[in-house]
Design a protein around this ligand. Sequence first.
Ligand SMILES: [Zn+2]
Length: 132
Amino acid sequence: MQKTSKLYAIVHGKCPQCRRGDIFTGSLYGFNVQRTNTVCPHCGQRFEIEPGYFYAAMYVSYAMNCAEMIALGVATYVLSGGNLEFESLWLYLTVIFTGCLLLAPFNYRYSRVILLHWLSPKIKYNAYYDKP
Ligand SMILES: [Zn+2]
């Protein structure tokens, strides 16, 4: 039986226990609103293992946001040819604000994926469930 790799499970937002069930309903950038499943549709692992568990994901998404804002700021600086004039302040603000808006669904999804896969010692990969 072929095991599902951890990288695949993380990239595709799969359950940390079976790496097959979807953590989220809807696609990353679809018209339908992205929601987190209560339990894994494949193995039944509960995702919000205790009430308010996903509050911790806010810290992860906060850290992701900071990193992205810095990356966007640096990218704007490089792409605008090192322009740091006061007039270009709006350029930076527009790029960073638009970037964060576009990245919001990404952050929502991956902050929870990171929380479930890396920061949840209570949830472990179980090869028993990793089959169709
Ligand atoms: Zn599962």
